[in-house]
Design a protein around this ligand. Structure first.
Ligand SMILES: [Cu+2]
Length: 416
């Protein structure tokens, strides 16, 4: 290979690589968040979308639960400070007509407790036609948005037909989708006109170079004339009169207003029965060539019924033990790992017993969702929820959190 060819190859190869990357981009950035944020903070589960096709003005309800990790990473601000339940969608394509967390109205910000579970309900109304990825989302102060699982939902119909009718506290019937639009446009026009007047006054005079020359010649003081001063005073007077006048006019027309609220609500956690199961990590490895997380666990069943592994969920990914649970038919398939959850031995753990169990969660998503970028994080931790089931299908959730070590070669399973 000639030197020139080598240089060309070195220059072009990375470019080809970069150009090739965006082919897999389907969603809107949820994969860009740091793995520690997605693996070890909020575990979303039981997420349901009431439909994936709504009309303009039609309703979509997103419901589900989330568990806030007790073992919340020290370096990440937690929802015990301040948080707000929202939806992750590209822009105001829906309006949110109601939210609740554990039955508490979600209109204001909340403080949530670590280690607790919360049940939420978000009611949306279709506004702008299109196809959107709809996620439940918690905005956590000083951390940012933490997205739940996303599902593609289409809105169909005529955007002009969108209505948002309300009745105010004084009994007026309004349509918020258009209310006040005339006043907004009108006042913008007034201010733009004042700005253009001011700009126009100066632009008609000789500009940069002649003025620069005058300053250099020591005649800078003569650049601003008496007329300029009068014009400036007039514009200042107009600005003040319009600003004060519009405020006075608006408060006269709308005597009763309520300012935007900034409440903070404390929401108690769900009252779930205790799990009576302990899961201790003996060793957790990420096998790089197999795209597999391998757990060596010591599970103790302190309950009164035998239990089996049903699911491991983390970062909105679900690994199901197909022998125990089946996925819901309308759940986004890309969020369920096809290889499922391998459990060895996959036998019920009897009450009072402690078993050594080997569990394997394989998915290409560890790589494609960049979750393994955690290997280059200063904190190599994996978190998630293990779900256990009794023979009569009672579910227990156990939070899991452990250090994880990358491995580049398969090791014999007995040599733990
Ligand atoms: Cu998305």
């Amino acid at each position: 290979m000639s030197v020139r060819l080598k240089i060309v190859t070195i220059a072009v190869l990375p470019l080809l690589f970069v150009l090739r990357l965006p082919t897999g981009a389907l969603a809107h950035g949820e994969r860009a968040q740091e793995p520690s944020l997605r693996l070890s903070t909020i575990q979303w589960y039981d997420t349901k979308w009431s439909t994936d096709h709504v009309a303009v003005n039609g309703e979509l309800t997103v419901t589900g639960r989330f568990h806030i990790m007790e073992n919340w990473p020290l370096e990440i601000a937690s929802p015990a400070g301040l948080t707000f339940l929202n939806v992750g969608v590209p822009g105001p394509v829906f309006i949110r007509t109601a939210t609740s967390i554990n039955g508490v109205n979600g209109v204001s910000s909340m403080s949530l407790a670590l280690g607790q579970d919360y049940e939420y309900r978000i009611v949306l109304k279709g506004r702008v036609p299109g196809r959107y990825h709809v996620h439940p989302m918690l905005d956590v102060r000083d951390t940012g948005p933490i997205l739940g699982p996303g599902k593609w939902v289409s809105i169909a119909g005529d955007p002009a037909a969108f209505r948002d009718p309300i009745v105010t506290l004084t009994g007026q019937h309004l349509d918020l989708s258009r209310y006040g639009l005339g006043a907004i446009v009108g006042w913008h026009v007034v201010w733009i006109a004042i700005a253009l007047l001011w700009l126009g006054y100066w632009l008609r005079k000789p500009l940069l170079m002649p003025r620069y020359e005058a300053v250099v010649a020591g005649e800078g003081d003569r650049l601003i004339t008496r007329t300029d001063r009068i014009a400036a005073a007039v514009i200042l007077a107009i600005t003040l009169i319009v600003a004060v006048g519009e405020t006075a006019y608006t408060s006269m027309v709308f005597p009763v207003t309520v300012p935007l609220q900034s409440n903070q609500t404390m929401v108690p956690g769900l009252d779930l029965p205790p799990a009576h199961i302990t899961v201790r990590a003996e060793q957790v490895r990420y096998l790089v060539p197999g795209r597999t997380v391998q757990f060596r666990l010591r599970v103790t069943n302190q309950g009164s019924k035998p239990i089996r592994f049903g699911e491991f969920t983390t970062a909105n990914l679900r690994f199901l033990n197909n022998a125990v649970v089946a996925p819901e038919l309308d759940y986004p398939p890309e969020l369920i790992a096809p290889a499922g959850l391998v459990v060895e031995p996959d036998e019920p753990i009897a009450p009072g017993e402690t078993e050594e169990v080997y569990v394997e969660a394989t998915s290409t998503v560890w790589e494609t969702d960049r979750l393994t970028a955690l290997m280059s994080d200063p904190t190599n931790r994996i978190g998630g929820l293990f779900m256990f089931y009794t023979p009569d299908h009672e579910r227990s959730l156990v939070e899991f959190s452990s250090a994880i070590v990358p491995a580049f070669t398969q090791q014999a399973r007995s040599s733990g």
